[in-house]
Design a protein around this ligand. Structure first.
Ligand code: CAA
Length: 284
């Protein structure tokens, strides 16, 4: 199996920046691509901040931290990813945008490079079909916040070949994660369960006329969740959650999959959670 040396990460939002952080911490040369230099710099600043916190807490050596930050090179040009052994896509959860990106990456990277998508609920098989090498496309689905959540789902699409699939699994391990192997079904493993569950939680807000604070306390103290559902949806992003719900509902047609109207209204109002400073809660 080809050893991974250089990783490209396309899209440096919350997920992409988290994935890039994992890559540089694991000693991999990493090229992060954002649409503007400012967005790239913001992501790099975020990574530098979290790594500095690790130094302050004695979890990382100061020199190692500086070397890790240095390993992240920023670009706005996709063509700069030409030498990558692996490219991980973490852009907006819209099928059209992903198809376009994979179509472009197809002729930029080497024929034996592996292309991975971090999609939460879209079909990896459909994304792979935008390329002339669907056998080299896999899903690597990380969880938010990527540097902290141990799981990565390694998703085998219809035409994925063994070598890239195992390369993705080995990369997951190298990034310090607990990878699992699964097939390309709607929502894979965790979101197939978690998305309808979170939607039920949001519906209970209105049905039981309970406050977000009390609902969060209920699931934390009555079901052992590490954070309550409203806090979690705010962290994931209302937009990401609604899009994932719509994608699952479109495929499985189960009413619980459909986004609750309350979340759709929040999306329309631009209350997207932590990223916009307001969701169920306010963030300063
Ligand atoms: N990136 C890097 N480092 C981060 C970070 C981030 N985004 N967020 C926090 N950290 C670091 C910080 O440095 C922090 O330390 P300081 O506060 O001292 O600076 C450190 O991590 C620990 O943070 P916390 O004290 O907040 O850690 P915690 O023990 O409370 O655990 C948690 C946080 C792991 C997020 C925990 O609350 C948890 O497991 N929550 C559930 C999250 C979850 O379910 N995620 C899945 C979402 S669904 C999804 O992602 C699927 C999808 O497709 C949409």
């Amino acid at each position: 199996m080809t050893e991974v040396r250089t990783v490209g990460v396309v899209g440096l939002g919350a997920m992409g920046a988290g994935i890039a952080q994992l890559c540089v911490e694991a000693g991999l040369e990493t090229i992060g691509r954002e649409v503007t230099a400012e967005l790239g710099e913001t992501a790099k600043g975020r990574i530098a901040h979290f790594l500095a916190r690790k130094v302050e807490k004695g979890q990382l050596d100061g020199q190692e931290r500086n070397a890790a930050v240095e390993r992240l090179r920023l670009t706005t040009e996709l063509s700069d990813l030409a030498g990558c052994d692996v490219v991980i896509e973490a852009i907006v959860e819209e099928l059209g945008a992903k198809l376009e990106l994979f179509g472009e990456l197809d002729w930029i990277v080497a024929p034996d490079a592996m292309l991975a998508t971090n999609t939460s609920a879209l079909s990896v098989t459909e994304i792979a079909a935008a390329t002339t090498r669907p056998e080299r496309v896999v899903g690597m689905h990380f969880f938010n916040p990527a540097p902290l959540m141990p799981l990565v789902e390694i998703v085998r699409a219809e035409l994925t070949a063994d070598e890239p699939f195992e390369r993705a699994y080995a990369l997951g391990e190298r990034l310090g994660k607990t990878p699992i192997r699964c097939h390309d079904t709607p929502g894979f493993v965790v979101n197939r369960v978690l998305i309808p569950l979170l939607n039920d939680c949001i519906r209970v807000l209105d049905e039981a006329r309970v406050s977000p604070e009390d609902l969060d306390a209920a699931l934390k103290h009555g079901a052992g969740w590490p954070m309550g559902p409203c806090t979690l949806v705010d962290l994931v992003g209302i937009d990401v959650h609604v899009h994932a719900s719509e994608a699952l509902y479109e495929k499985l047609r189960e009413p619980r999959m459909a986004p609750p109207p309350r979340l759709v209204r929040m999306l329309q109002a631009g209350k997207l959670g932590r990223k916009t400073g307001e969701g169920f809660y306010r963030y300063d």
